[in-house]
Design a protein around this ligand. Structure first.
Ligand code: 15L
Length: 301
């Protein structure tokens, strides 16, 4: 039986995966906090992704790594930097040094959260992160690409939507993934023999999906769930949201700590060949509301 290392195994997604993958793999569970509720087939190997020595220790002997560890929402730059940027580098580099060929990276819908909700995007679109968190996910994908091309690692990036027993709100009706569909996708990432570098969307077969997930299907992913069966119940409870966040796939992440109106600065144009591309940086910034200076900045001047 293969030994799979799961980083960040104590988190919400880790909990779902442990339950769904039980009995199919030996699970090596790593997290910064101790994991005590182990079941047969699981082993806890405590480690901090931000520490290279820890990652070198915990990745030893794994057949594949499912890298979930890190900061899982928008947060202070220092936290994102250590947990997601340094952490990602450490995991890929430790995998390379220990000869672990396959890495499944938990990327996020927020790597492309500034696409509008009336757009359907696939795995080839230019990333449009909606937060520092989203930027860190793009970084993870790109370091995966580097390690695939340069060192022959096999890298499977999953732009995960929202993992939950049921979709919690209207936005998540488009990006929800059931725990069992997530386990199906992870199994494809572990078992498909022909992976060099791939990006797929970690979503169920949702009728309201914003993604063309044909790349995942090509690789063998067959999702069985659809958020639509929960739609009536979810929509009945939905309160009207901020129209600015309602416009973008990333929802509230697009506004987090900005304080301006993101809909005014993300003019986009379509290219017939590659889907959606950015306007030039200058054009994109034109018309953006000015950020308020903090008291500290003002004092310095
Ligand atoms: C994510 O990437 C987060 O890790 C998760 O906590 C949710 O916020 C999810 O996205 C989402 O967009 O619902």
């Amino acid at each position: 039986m293969k030994t799979i290392l799961i980083t960040g195994a104590a988190g919400n997604v880790g909990g779902h995966l442990r339950r769904e993958l039980a009995g199919r793999y030996n699970l090596q569970l790593s997290d910064i906090v101790p994991i005590e509720d182990l079941v047969p087939g699981e082993k806890s190997v405590r480690g901090d992704v931000a520490k290279m020595a820890d990652m070198l220790r915990v990745t030893k002997g794994a057949s594949a790594i499912v890298h979930l560890g890190g900061f899982s929402a928008e947060g202070p730059w220092e936290s994102i930097l250590q947990a997601n940027i340094v952490g990602c580098y450490n995991v890929f580099e430790a995998a390379r040094r220990n000869g672990v060929k396959r890495v499944l990276f938990a990327s996020s819908n927020h790597a492309a959260g500034f696409y509008k909700r009336d757009e359907k995007i696939d795995h080839r679109v230019y990333p449009k992160p909606d937060s520092r968190y989203g930027v860190s996910k793009v970084f993870g994908e790109q370091i995966g690409s580097l390690y695939a091309d340069k060192y022959g690692l096999e890298v499977f990036c999953m732009r995960i939507g929202n993992v939950n027993a049921t979709p919690p709100d209207k936005r998540r009706l488009s990006i929800w993934i059931s725990p069992r569909d997530l386990a199906r996708l992870v199994s494809v990432g572990i078992e498909n023999p022909n992976i060099s570098f791939e990006i797929v969307y970690g979503v169920s077969d949702n009728r309201r999906s914003w993604y063309d997930n044909s790349n995942a299907r090509r690789l063998g992913y067959l999702p069985q769930d659809d958020a639509e069966i929960y739609a009536a119940e979810v929509l009945a409870k939905e309160k009207p949201g901020d129209p600015r966040t309602e416009m973008f796939q990333g929802g509230t992440f697009v506004l987090a700590e900005y304080g301006g109106d993101p809909s005014r600065k993300t003019a986009i144009r379509k290219s017939p060949k590659s889907g959606t591309v950015r306007k030039s940086a200058k054009a994109a910034v034109k018309g953006a509301p000015k950020l308020k200076k903090s008291t500290k900045q003002k004092k310095k001047k």
